[in-house]
Ligand binder design. Structure first.
Ligand SMILES: [Zn+2]
Length: 346
């Protein structure tokens, strides 16, 4: 018994040591497993966060777009479309359309902080005869990732009351009023002169009137000549004595000088971004095509050439080819929705 008891003592110590070592091993292994599991979970969470961020980045639109100055306009008004790329996005293609027609787009680069955003500018006329109602500008934008997005910008055209004017004319004026080929001749020359608007603003601050004179025919008047509906009055008629000085309503480039059949002696000035002023029935020209004119500069004299019954100036403002109310320009200028423009075409 004593022998066995003596033998048992070291054996117990030994067992305890083994247990302790085993315990430490198990604890170490468990701690290691715990750490590995936690690291694994962290990696999974990180991967999930990265995937979420990537999905959010992929879903982030490549552009913002808006209409200025308002989304509710009168017949005879015009609307500006402003499109801007968002941070770190590169627009590779833009298409805009309204009233079933493509809009011209003028591209700029706009510095935004340390970045440069792409800015696209367009404007369109709501003709005085455009039916009142709800419309949209449709956009299709492609970015450098090949992602294509469409968007519609809604706007409303409000009914505006235009007066009806009935005039009786005789002789040459009566013949001109019903001469379709004369109207077509003028339209073709005017449209050709306006075919390539300068892609940057040329105007200098607010527009002015070309001369002070009583208004004999308002913009948009529905005109019957000898009982026949001819057209909406595309501009303002300003009464002035023969030979009175006509001033450029703003700075720009002279794109047409010459005689027209209905409009008489005509000057057209390109003010950039699709805005044009035109001056009809003149007696004398003071500028030629290609001249740069400054606001207020004399461009010619009042006359009564073309379809005209007395000395007056017919002054038209167009956005693209369509006449808009000149009242939107007197003492005002078109909205430039971005702080500064850097013309990328220079
Ligand atoms: Zn007129």
């Amino acid at each position: 018994m004593t022998v066995m008891a003596r033998r048992k003592k070291p054996s117990l110590t030994c067992s305890l040591s083994v247990l302790a070592i085993l315990g430490v091993l198990v604890l170490t292994a468990w701690a290691g497993w715990r750490a590995a599991a936690a690291a694994d979970q962290r990696r999974q969470e990180e991967a999930r966060r990265e995937a979420e961020a990537a999905a959010a980045e992929a879903a982030r639109p490549s552009f913002t777009a808006r209409l200025e100055p308002a989304t509710s306009v009168d017949q005879g008004d015009y609307v500006v479309v402003a499109i801007e790329s968002t941070a770190k996005r590169v627009i590779t293609g833009v298409e805009a359309s309204v009233f079933d027609a493509k809009l011209p787009l003028y591209q700029f680069a706009e510095p935004v902080g340390s970045e440069t955003a792409q800015v696209y500018y367009s404007s369109f006329a709501v003709g005085s005869a455009r039916k009142a109602g709800d419309y949209v500008v449709s956009l299709r934008v492609t970015d450098s990732r090949g992602v294509e997005k469409t968007e519609t910008l809604p706007f409303t055209v409000r009914e505006k009351k235009f007066e009806v004017q009935r005039m009786t004319v005789t002789g040459q004026n009566a013949a001109l009023a019903s001469d379709d080929s004369a109207w077509a001749y003028d339209r073709d020359l005017v449209n050709a002169a306006k075919a390539h608007p300068t892609a940057k603003p040329l105007w200098d601050g607010d527009f002015i009137k070309p001369l002070e004179g009583e208004i004999s025919t308002e913009f948009g008047q529905i005109r019957y000549v000898n009982g026949v509906l001819t057209s909406r009055h595309s501009g303002l008629d300003l009464e002035a004595p023969m030979g009175a000085v006509i001033h450029a309503v703003n700075s720009g480039l002279v794109v047409f000088v010459g005689p027209l059949k209905i409009s008489g002696n005509t000057v057209i000035i390109d003010h950039g971004l699709g805005y044009f002023s035109s001056y009809n029935h003149m007696s004398k020209f003071s500028v030629k095509v290609g001249d740069s004119v400054t606001k207020g500069q004399e461009i010619g004299r009042v006359g009564s050439t073309g379809f005209s019954t007395s000395a007056h100036l017919h002054w038209t403002m167009t956005v693209g080819l369509t006449g808009v109310s000149p009242w939107l320009f007197i003492g005002k200028q078109p909205p430039l929705p971005f702080a500064s423009y850097v013309d990328t075409r220079k």
